[in-house]
Design a binder for this molecule. Structure first.
Ligand code: SF4
Length: 178
């Protein structure tokens, strides 16, 4: 991966990034259990989250076809730790930045990659799940957690911060590539 691309993703709004071999991605069953507890409210609501995104094994296999992972974060500033509006705004921004990074990756390196973002999908007002196929399969990014990845461990493996200080929120995305 060239430096020019990595400089450009910073310009797009990426806070930090790191590249790790796919063998170092911490897939853990516990993460899928946390999804099933539905604390984020996205479980069984979209094709981007369990169970619609596939079984644990299917998700892992899909990732393991690739060689490396670009792990990147965005950081949002909050008024305080109860600033839920700020968290939502930061999530919307993270998804937008992730889409731009994915598009730049595609334009720079081609189609052979797979991207994950944070939380549910958000592309459509109402997801087609489970009644009909996804409307925009090429434009949806399942969540990192939905694929069973323990994000704080992955951030540590990539050498980037999981937490960026008081009154901030940090979200993560992945691009798997060869
Ligand atoms: S793009 Fe639309 S149909 Fe597809 S998973 Fe997202 S919300 Fe659902």
């Amino acid at each position: 991966m060239n430096n020019e691309f990595l400089e450009k993703i910073k310009e797009l709004g990426v806070h930090e990034y790191g590249i790790i071999p796919v063998e170092n991605v911490p897939f853990e069953h516990e993460v899928r259990e946390m999804c099933a507890a539905n604390r984020c409210g996205s479980y069984a609501k979209t094709w981007c989250c369990p169970p619609g995104c596939g079984t644990e094994e299917e998700c892992r296999e899909k990732c393991m076809k690739y060689k490396n992972v670009l792990v990147f974060s965005t950081k949002g500033d909050l008024e305080d730790s109860f600033d839920f509006e700020g968290m939502t705004e930061a999530m919307v921004r993270h998804k937008a930045v992730s889409k731009k990074v994915r598009l730049l990756f595609k334009e720079t390196f081609g189609d052979d990659f797979f991207a994950l973002s944070s939380e549910g999908c958000g592309n459509c007002e109402k997801c087609t799940y489970p009644d009909a196929p996804c409307r925009f399969p090429d434009d949806m990014m399942p969540s990192v957690e939905s694929y069973g990845i323990m994000v704080y461990k992955e951030a540590a493996a990539a050498g980037i911060h999981y937490i960026n200080g008081a009154n901030t929120v940090t979200y993560f995305s992945n691009i798997f590539f060869k």
